[in-house]
Structures are given as structure tokens and as C-alpha cells.
Design a protein around this ligand. Sequence first.
Ligand code: PMV
Length: 313
Amino acid sequence: MAVGTAPGKVILLGEHAVVYGQPAIAVPVAQVQATAIVEDAPAGTGITVFAADLGRRFRLSEGQARSRAAAALARTVRNTLERLGRTADLDLEITVSSTIPIGSGLGSGAAVATAVVRALVQHLGGYLTSREVSDLVYQTELLHHGTPSGIDNTVIAFGKPVYFIKDRCDEVFWPGRPFWLAIGDTGIPSSTREVVADVRKGWEQDRASYDAHFAAIGALVARAREALIRGDLHELGQLMVANQEELRAIGVSSEALDRLIAAAMDAGALGAKLSGSGRGGNMIALVDEATRDAVAAALQRAGARSVIVTRVS
Ligand code: PMV
């Protein structure tokens, strides 16, 4: 039997613009995680996947037809076996569970896939580097998101803060000073695929203005990388606020997100913004040890469905 796990993640700055070639920064969130368990099954039973949270079980051969989530799991298993030079002619039971809310920008799809890859690799006695795991999970992300930038699979497979540029750079880095994030969930599910497609429609109608917003976001991310390395959390907070303005301008914020962001800032956060695709899902607030509890409480009062406080180092 083998167990694979993977953390959730949040995008610190740069979402959406990252799809258009700008840099973005993402960090893992260890408080939530996906787990996969791979066990040998009785001979002749084939490969079965059990999605424990949903109470659903399916044979690998049926995955494609079931649902997008089942198809994603099936694709992950097949690609991993292929990568390890194994055929699907094995008898395995794969149990998947996750504490990462779905459709909230915390990377649940990429984390589940990463956990499955890790458990399979371990069970079958292979070895893959973090980059190889990330590349495999990207293939699954294509199914979830249509045109994913690749940032989710990268930060989750590496399990460290990453500075990321699509097809060009995935640099793991260490912040000069640890910091805390309060992550507030609007409770409104959001489809990354749909929001990314809406942004693309807007871009197709007015390329000049969208490209200007994306470039402005890219410049903020580059400054944020420097601020993070220096440990300048005040500047990082200001850059997050400026990034939120750009995200609002491209139409991906919402009343619920704006309300939580305002509550966090009023309670003393150094910066706050939506995180991930937007419209619903989560927002993040940069806090320190002195403001952490007050900001978390303010988010709850402002209607956050849940609040996670995570330390990034
Ligand atoms: O909602 P999430 O966390 O899956 O993030 C989507 C991030 C986008 O930049 C909007 C899309 C992408 O593929 O990077």
C-alpha cells in the first residue's frame, strides 16, 4: 500500500495575466490537502478508483464516460502508468479524498492529481522528479481548465512558493521573511474554465486595454518577487492592493470578494485581493502575527464561509 499527498495552493499575485505570458507567484497551503491511497486488489479485478468524498467508485475503463472529475482521475492514472512504462493491466484499488474545497481557487484538481501520481509512483516502485510530476498533472489540468497556465500543477508538485511564467520559468524561491495569509472563502463556487473564457472574450474585443492590464499586473508581480525576497511585507501588501484594482478592471472581482477584501483591509491587513479565477472562490489577505486574528475574525463577520490562516516560509 502507498499513500500520496499534496497541498492546496493560492495564487499570491498574477492570476489571469499568467495565461497571457505574464509572471505570477503562487504558494502552497498545507492546511488543506488531497490524499490518494493505492493498494493491490484481487487478481482479475482491474483498476478501480474510489472517490471517497463523493462515495463514488468506478473502473478505470469507465472513467471517461462518467463525469469530468472521473475522466480527470482516469487520465491521471493512465498517463502515470504510461510514464512508468506500465500497462493498465494491473489490479489496483485507488482511493482518493481531499479537504480542499472544489472550485474555490485552492487547486483541488491539481492536488488530487498530484496525490494520485505520487501514490502510484510509490506503489509501483518508480521515481519521478517534482518537474515530471508537475508535467503529468498539467495533462490532467488541460481537461479541467481548457487553457491552464500550468501554475497550479507547478506550485503543488514543488510544494514551495514559485515564481512562474508559462512555458518559460518555474522558479522555486524562499521569502526573505515568513508571512501569514488569511484566506477567506466567499462560498460561491466559481468555474475557472468559464471565467478564463470570459476574460478571453473581453481580450478579443479590446486587446489593447486588456494587454495593458496584463502588462501592469506582470510589472506588479516582478516587484512583488523582489519585495518577497527582501522580506518587505509592506510593499508586498501595496502591490497586492494594486493587483486587485487591475483584476477588478478586467471584470473578475465580485461584490462578495470586494466585501471580504474591504473587511480584511479595515481590520489591518497589509494587502488583500481575490485569488485564483475570481467571481467567487477565495480572497487572500496579507497579515502578520499582530493582525492575523483580528483579520480572520473580521472575515468571518463579513460572511466568509470559512477562513484558513496559513504561514508561508
Ligand atoms: O481558480 P484557480 O486557482 O484554478 O486559478 C486560475 C488561475 C488563472 O490564472 C485564472 C488561470 C490559470 O490557468 O492560470
